[in-house]
Design a protein around this ligand. Structure first.
Ligand code: ADP
Ligand code: MG
Length: 276
């Protein structure tokens, strides 16, 4: 097990930002942590990485308890915080070498990481001169320097333009091939593009933890239809994939389908039966 989160609760004063959160992530998984703003994603990530303490519960990273064995656990973690704080006045290579020196990492390794994240053409520039996409690469490079087994990326694609978005997505997939990755986002498409599993958080609670096939495969659709005529329920029962039909009012029906296929795009004909 790479990450085990057990019954984590976090209080900020009176406010419960996380409420009894539990999940675990196996080695090598890329997992999306999806939820709206204020759901508790960053708080959970700060607790996993040991930057803040939980009020209750336990987190293990590669079997090291983050509160009692913080240094050992942090050695296994690469963390890209939300808003990617960088020293804008530093040069890319200088910044990464500065970070590397703190962890006693060689200059050669810094160069390897620069190549890995595609920063070679920008490495001589000041960070302030870089686009948002390249700044994210610098943040990602800094997180990768000590070759951690686990990557925690807090909203790594927020604020990027479509080209940068595609590049950072494929970079995360690439570096995630031999790592465990937990990345947060408030956009479902991000999860679909990058990973196989999603953990859904809302108001500090986990509301779903599924692989993506399950989530999209079980999708139900509900549409409201107004017919020209009054209709008997039995006529509707022949519509493919229909799960239920509810007569809301007069000629208006609410139809539920147990499929993710686009129902509206498929025309069908209901012939009213004549009675003698
Ligand atoms: P997300 O990353 O999903 O947007 P956060 O973890 O940042 O959510 O925040 C979860 C909740 O906790 C929010 O209601 C936020 O206002 C609150 N919160 C976050 N950090 C602090 C803090 N340092 N002090 C007080 N409240 C906080
Ligand atoms: Mg956040």
């Amino acid at each position: 097990m790479s990450i085990a989160v057990k019954n984590i609760t976090k209080l900020y004063g009176e406010q419960k930002a996380l409420n009894n959160v539990s999940f675990s992530i196996e080695k090598g998984e890329i997992v999306g942590f999806l939820g709206p703003n204020g759901a508790g994603k960053s708080t959970m990530m700060k607790i996993i990485t040991g930057y803040i303490n939980a009020s209750e519960g336990e987190v293990l990273v590669n079997n090291f308890d983050i509160s009692s064995h913080k240094i050992e656990a942090q050695k296994c973690i690469g963390y890209l915080p939300e808003n990617n704080p960088l020293y804008l006045e530093m040069y890319v290579r200088e910044y990464l070498q500065f970070n590397a020196s703190i962890h006693k990492i060689s200059k050669e390794e810094v160069e390897n990481v620069i190549v890995k994240v595609g920063l070679t053409p920008e490495a001589h520039k000041k960070i302030s001169q870089l686009s948002k996409g390249y700044r994210q690469r610098v943040g990602l490079a800094a997180a990768l320097l000590h070759n951690p087994e686990v990557l925690i990326l807090d909203e790594p694609t927020t604020g990027l333009d479509p080209n940068q978005l595609a590049e950072i997505r494929s970079l995360i997939k690439e570096v995630g091939k031999d790592k465990t990755v937990l990345f947060s986002t408030h956009i479902l498409q991000e999860v679909e593009a990058i990973c196989d599993r999603v953990i859904l958080i809302h108001n500090g609670q986990i509301i779903a933890d599924k692989n993506l096939k399950e989530l999209t495969g079980n999708q139900e659709q509900l549409i409201e239809v107004e017919f020209d005529l009054k209709i008997e329920k039995q006529f509707l029962e022949n519509i493919p994939h229909l799960k239920s039909a509810n007569n809301v009012h007069d000629t208006i029906w609410e139809l539920t389908f147990d499929t993710s296929k686009k129902i509206c795009a498929r025309p069908f004909l209901i012939l009213p039966m004549t009675t003698d």
